[in-house]
Design a protein around this ligand. Structure first.
Ligand SMILES: [Zn+2]
Ligand SMILES: [Zn+2]
Ligand SMILES: [Zn+2]
Length: 456
């Protein structure tokens, strides 16, 4: 096994846990954070921490912080000179990282071996190697030869230009079986990979050892070049550093002018009386209205109110039901906190869409409040539109805010591959009390379009 020193930023761009990295001619897969030492940098942000089941947020401090654990992937290498194709485990060759293994054929004068370009993955996020011995010994009709030797394989990469799949093939010199790559991508892989018991997918990641139980998986594996972006899709939650006092101040402070609430209440009343409602179009607006009128005594915090309101609104079918919901959240319903119980489970159970939306909604509330904020990591000031921007701007924007300072923290919750049917946790061991994170600082401008809340 090996470790890599990567710069901080690289971890998040394309080199996160579960990714494949090329480094000085050798390919590596980065292990999930269950195999990592805890990075040293604490990146506190309570509201983001809450969304990752209360885990700590940890970032890589500098080059002297932890090394990133990796395994060689793929382990199949070929020699461009003599065409020999073989598996290179660490015990066989001197495979110190950054140095490609050398061809053992004396005629090749220790030329560098090259890792095979193609790997196998499934839409549930598993990743593995194609067994090139099996490939050579199965013709395109899937009939296997009796020979199963792996020590006489050759890989021919085709003409000078390369890239033509019928010109590329793997051959066994012992029995002369060979198979080209014309159908390498066009159909799911079968016998060419070593699937887990009872399934065609390996249910594994390249760094799994024998002690790892394979996942159950009903997807077939398919082939992609190992550099393909579709086989590694990092999943990250992002949050601005706004103190929870500020972000949960719904219902306190002038979030809505009193007359606006009256107008909306009347509109709701009319809607209720008419018995008609275009629920889908208006739901979003009602949601923000309900949140702003909600009685803080009913909910622990903004998140809890949001969970409750958005869940209830999903089942709403009529104006009357919306009105009832409005009365419920507005009035004092003692002990009515209906927030789902906090769960401490796998990161895999996080619904990234819901989690990210919760974070965004909190942030939007702060911006929509229209109140200047001055905190250590967040400075927002609203600009008088008429003075600086003229009367046309007033028609378009209802508010413009300048963000002079912000801190964004991103938590790496996992990755997907292919169609992304399953989130693979960034910590497959499920034991870590921390999540890999990073932070960046910046500035920006916030615009809010001028729309009547109930129009359209
Ligand atoms: Zn060679
Ligand atoms: Zn799978
Ligand atoms: Zn053979």
């Amino acid at each position: 096994m090996a470790d890599l020193k990567l710069r901080r930023g690289q971890i998040f761009t394309s080199f996160g846990p579960g990714s494949i990295v090329d480094f000085e001619g050798v390919g590596f897969a980065i292990k999930d954070t269950g195999c990592w030492l805890k990075p040293k940098k604490e990146l506190a942000l309570e509201r983001l921490s809450q969304q990752v089941q209360g885990r700590e947020l940890r970032g890589i401090a500098d080059e002297n912080d932890i090394s990133v654990p990796v395994v060689y992937f793929p382990t199949w290498f070929h020699c461009p000179r003599c065409k020999q194709l073989q598996r290179c485990y660490k015990k066989d060759v001197n495979l110190d990282y950054g140095h490609a293994p050398k061809c053992s054929n004396s005629a090749c004068k220790k030329s560098d071996l090259v890792p095979m370009r193609f790997v196998a993955f499934c839409d549930n996020g598993h990743l593995g190697e194609i067994n090139w011995g099996r490939w050579a010994h199965s013709n395109t009709r899937g009939v296997e030869a009796t020979c199963s030797r792996e020590d006489q394989l050759e890989y021919h990469a085709g003409g000078a230009a390369g890239g033509d799949f019928d010109q590329m093939y793997v051959k066994c010199k012992a029995c002369n079986s060979e198979r080209n790559f014309s159908d390498l991508f066009s159909k799911p892989l079968g016998r060419e990979i070593v699937g887990a018991k009872g399934q065609s997918c390996t249910g594994r990641q390249p760094w799994f050892t024998r002690s790892h139980e394979p996942d159950s998986c009903d997807r077939p594996m398919r082939c992609e070049p190992r550099g393909s972006t579709s086989i590694y899709l990092p999943k990250v939650l992002s949050a601005l550093d706004i103190s929870s006092d500020t972000s949960s101040s719904f219902g306190a402070g002038p979030t809505f002018a009193a007359h606006e609430i009256d107008v909306t209440r009347e509109a709701l009343q009319r809607l209720k009386d008419s018995g008609e409602v275009d629920v889908d179009i208006r739901k979003k607006r009602f949601e923000s209205f309900l949140l702003r009128t909600a009685n803080p005594g009913n909910f622990k915090n903004y998140l809890s109110a949001l969970n409750f309101v958005s869940k209830k609104l999903m089942d709403v079918r009529s104006a009357d039901e919306i009105y009832q919901l409005f009365l419920f959240v507005e009035n004092d319903n003692e002990g009515a906190d209906l927030e789902p119980a906090g769960e401490n489970g796998s990161l895999q159970e996080i619904d990234e869409g819901v989690a990210q939306r919760n974070l965004l909604e909190e942030e939007l509330t702060v911006f929509r409040n229209g109140i200047d904020v001055d905190e250590d990591n967040f400075n927002l000031s609203f600009v008088p539109i008429d003075a600086e921007y003229g009367s046309e701007a007033q028609l378009i924007f209802s508010s413009i805010g300048r963000v002079r300072r912000l801190r964004e923290v991103r938590a790496f919750i996992g990755f997907k591959r292919g169609k992304g049917d399953r989130l693979q946790s960034s910590d497959l061991s499920k034991f870590q009390s921390w999540v890999l994170a990073n932070e960046c600082f910046g500035e920006g401008i916030y615009f809010e379009l001028n729309k009547d809340m109930l129009s359209g």
